[in-house]
Design a binder for this molecule. Structure first.
Ligand SMILES: NC(=O)c1ccc[n+]([C@@H]2O[C@H](COP(=O)([O-])OP(=O)(O)OC[C@H]3O[C@@H](n4cnc5c(N)ncnc54)[C@H](OP(=O)(O)O)[C@@H]3O)[C@@H](O)[C@H]2O)c1
Length: 318
């Protein structure tokens, strides 16, 4: 089969389309014919070598952890899915090598769930990692609900756009940081927008003088440190960082999203009930993955970048 691969660490230029061996289907896995994938910052961070100390990496690496597609074959123990089922997945294992930017991927059962019936292939692929990260941070870890006022940093991005909608669905009041051009979008999905950068704390205090009861951070550094002052006295420690494990020393929690069929099922139900709508800014062919990496690296994508896979790789010149 064909896949996008990289054979050495580097920037977007290391990506190429190549013939690679078909994935072998383990007993607890399903083989997925890939329709669409979405781009996450971790995809280009891995290609740049940033996760080398945390994962065994086997070159050539097929990038990508998000997928939406159709089950083509099931492992001998699988009873949860049948051939032809439409699924979504966060197909991460404990090593890196066989990702989703490919014609087919073998997905362990714990990584896949039923695709929301009301979403097309592009919106479906946008959901797994960003949706799970937001859900596991806000619902499983911070347990936000009515009475909470949550500050979500980078609220218009991939994770942020899911996080706002999930926190609103849980009954929380949401304040979200983004640049001005995204403030109308944040209002549409139920957040009160504030500009990030100098003056952020003052803007948040103007909206909620008593402070916030929980924070979801995606930037670390000074953005995170200074925002901790915004937590009300009874809410100290109710902070999740997605980028800075130093938050543990401040009493907060570092979340690294984990593949979870149960949590993906929950996101599927939320999408089907209309409370969660994936935001897509750009759709490209997977053969333009290098361009998609560059776009993601700007750090100013609203929602998600999605790549179409089916039928695109076989036509690629390599
Ligand atoms: N630990 C985990 O499991 C996990 C999982 C997913 C993601 N992450 C990490 O979390 C971060 C966000 O991921 P993502 O997928 O949401 O990224 P993303 O989609 O690339 O985020 C882009 C958004 O960030 C906003 N932004 C840029 N600079 C900002 C700043 N200084 N303050 C606040 N917002 C800013 C942009 O808003 P404007 O366009 O309005 O500027 C844009 O909407 C990344 O670092 C990613 O690696 C971690």
């Amino acid at each position: 089969m064909k896949a996008v691969v990289f054979s050495r660490y580097g920037g977007p230029e290391v990506l190429e389309v190549r013939d690679v061996p078909e994935p072998k289907l383990g007993p607890e896995s399903v083989l997925v014919d890939v329709r669409t994938v979405s781009v996450n910052p971790v995809d280009w961070q891995i290609a740049a070598g940033h996760l080398d100390s945390r994962f065994d990496v086997r070159f050539p690496v097929i990038p990508g952890w998000d997928v939406a597609g159709v089950v083509a074959e099931i492992g001998p123990t699988v009873t949860e899915f049948a051939v032809g089922d439409e699924v979504i997945g966060y197909v991460r294992e404990d090593s890196i090598g066989r990702g989703t930017y490919a014609e087919r991927v073998a997905a362990p059962l714990r990584t896949v769930a039923r695709k929301p019936m009301n979403l097309g292939w592009e919106q479906a692929a946008a959901m797994p990692i960003a949706g799970l990260t937001a859900y596991q941070s806000l619902v499983r870890t911070l347990r936000v609900g009515p009475g909470d006022t949550v500050l979500i940093q980078a609220a218009a991005g991939g994770v942020g756009s899911f996080a706002v909608q999930i926190a609103v669905a849980m009954g929380a009041r949401v304040i979200g940081s983004a640049s001005d051009r995204n403030h109308d979008y944040l209002r549409q999905i139920g957040a009160e927008p504030v500009a990030y950068g100098p003056g952020l704390n003052e803007c948040v205090r103007a909206l909620t003088p008593q402070g916030v009861t929980a924070i979801l951070d995606m930037y670390g550094g000074q953005t995170l440190t200074s925002s901790l002052d915004l937590l009300s006295d009874e809410s100290k420690g109710r902070v999740v960082s997605l980028t800075n494990d130093g938050i543990l020393e401040q009493g907060g929690t570092f979340v690294f999203a984990r593949p979870s069929k149960a949590d993906l099922d929950q996101l599927t139900r939320m999408a089907e009930s209309g409370v969660l709508t994936p935001e897509i800014s750009t759709v490209m062919d997977v053969t333009d993955a290098a361009e998609a990496f560059r776009l993601s690296q700007t750090g100013h994508v609203r929602g998600k970048i999605v790549l179409r896979v089916m039928g695109r790789l076989s036509a690629a010149i390599h």
